[in-house]
Every structure is written in structure tokens, then in C-alpha cells.
Ligand binder design. Structure first.
Ligand SMILES: O=C1O[C@H](COP(=O)(O)O)[C@@H](O)[C@H](O)[C@H]1O
Length: 223
């Protein structure tokens, strides 16, 4: 794991957006296409604001979430809604959104078709993850019903998980495809998450799911 500390959040968001844009541009130059997998939640909005204006060949970038809360897109809890409002605007509106949600009562009803949509875009070119203060990343929550399976390399790309701390049912990329990403960045802010990250390094992935992805990741932090 590499740890990068920034003087403040604004600087972090600008610099990390720049790093991600550079990595995507490299993939586009070399391979003609790239995939970008991003978190929802409260932290990444400012990075999305900057990235959305970057001048790269967005039409050849597939964008998808790390995980989704099983709520319709008009819910304020929808991660897809955040993507549509903050990332897929401006120049980045040309990117291809690969959905992680489709209307249905339960995520299991849509899992196969959503996984089929993601498959052509693996391995992920650039992965940005968030982390909760409880050390969950994507929707790999400590105590989730199928966490143990989701942490194995033989797990399917996408799984539906449920955890008390998660609120609604979740759909999430599992540890295998996250670990296999070509560039891995984890974005965290605030003292509480820094303490959680330090703690995670001494725990097992079952106790601290972010640990499953830490080895090859660069963690970006500002107070
Ligand atoms: O529920 C979620 O939480 C994590 C962390 O979110 P934050 O609000 O603490 O930044 C996020 O990475 C994940 O995508 C989201 O579904």
C-alpha cells in the first residue's frame, strides 16, 4: 500500500482527478478504450466535478460504480444518481454508463444481466474506491451475509449482499475484480477514516473488508 497525504481536501480532489485523467488517457492512447470504476457515497463528488470537464476521449470510456444501493435512481441514496449529476455531465457525458441497477424488487433478479454488462470492461483500467469509517469498501461490509464468499477469488464479479449497517440491499463488485484492477486508488478524508485505515492494516479482510484491496492500492487522504 502507498499512502499519500495532501494539505487539504480541495487539493486532494484536484490532484487525484488529474492522476485519474492521466491514467485513462494512457489507456486510451494504448488500447483505444478504458474503463473507470468509481464509488458512490458522500466523498467523491468534487473529483467527479473536475473529471467531468477533462478533455479525453470519453466516448471510449466505460464508467461503472463499485457498488449500488438497491433503490431507484430518483432516490437521494442512489449512487447512479450521483454519477449522472456529477460525473456524466460536460465532456464526460459522452462516456458509456454501464448500469449497476435496474428496476426490480431484489438485486438477485437482475444480477446476471448486470454482470453481463460489466464483463467486457474487465479488467478495470482505473479503480477509485471509497471507504466507510467501519472499514467497508464498495458494499463489502463487515458482518454482511455473504462477505466471506465475496472476498474469495472464485466469487462471481457481482454479488448481492445485505448488512445491517448498509441500510438497503446492495449490489457490489466482489474482491476479485477490484483487486485485479490495473490502477487502484482509495479516497478517504477526515481523522476518523485515517484511524480506521490504520486499524484495518492489522485486521483480516473479514473484519476489515478494505484490507482485501489494500496491497496494490494508493490511499489518498486529507484532513
Ligand atoms: O455506502 C457507500 O459507502 C462508501 C463510503 O461512502 P462515504 O459516504 O463514506 O464516502 C462508498 O464508497 C460506497 O460506494 C457507498 O455505496
Amino acid at each position: 500500500m502507498k499512502f499519500v497525504e495532501y494539505p487539504d481536501r480541495e487539493f486532494l480532489m484536484l490532484k487525484l482527478a488529474d492522476v485519474i485523467a492521466g491514467e485513462l488517457a494512457d489507456f486510451l492512447r494504448r488500447e483505444g478504450r478504458a474503463s473507470l470504476c468509481v464509488p458512490g457515497g458522500t466523498t467523491p463528488g468534487p473529483i467527479f466535478d473536475t473529471l467531468s470537464g477533462v478533455d479525453i476521449d470519453w466516448a471510449n470510456v466505460a464508467v461503472f460504480l463499485n457498488d449500488e444501493r438497491w433503490v431507484p435512481e430518483d432516490s437521494p441514496r442512489s449512487n447512479t444518481r450521483l454519477l449522472r449529476e456529477r460525473l456524466l455531465v460536460g465532456r464526460a457525458a459522452a462516456a458509456q454508463l454501464v448500469p449497476l441497477y435496474a428496476p426490480a424488487d431484489q438485486p438477485e433478479d437482475r444480477l446476471a444481466e448486470l454482470a453481463e454488462g460489466i464483463a467486457p470492461h474487465l479488467p478495470i483500467s482505473v479503480l477509485l474506491l471509497g471507504m466507510g469509517a467501519d472499514m467497508h469498501t464498495a458494499s463489502l461490509f463487515p458482518g454482511a451475509d455473504r462477505l466471506e464468499e465475496a472476498l474469495t477469488d472464485s466469487a462471481p464479479t457481482l454479488m448481492a449482499l445485505r448488512a445491517d449497517a448498509a441500510g438497503e440491499p446492495r449490489i457490489t463488485l466482489t474482491a476479485g475484480p477490484l483487486r485485479a484492477a490495473m490502477n487502484i486508488h482509495i479516497l478517504i478524508t477526515g481523522a476518523e477514516k485515517r484511524v480506521a485505515l490504520e486499524k484495518a492494516q492489522h485486521l483480516t479482510p473479514a473484519e476489515a473488508p478494505v484490507k482485501a484491496i489494500l496491497a496494490n492500492a494508493t490511499v489518498h487522504w486529507a484532513e
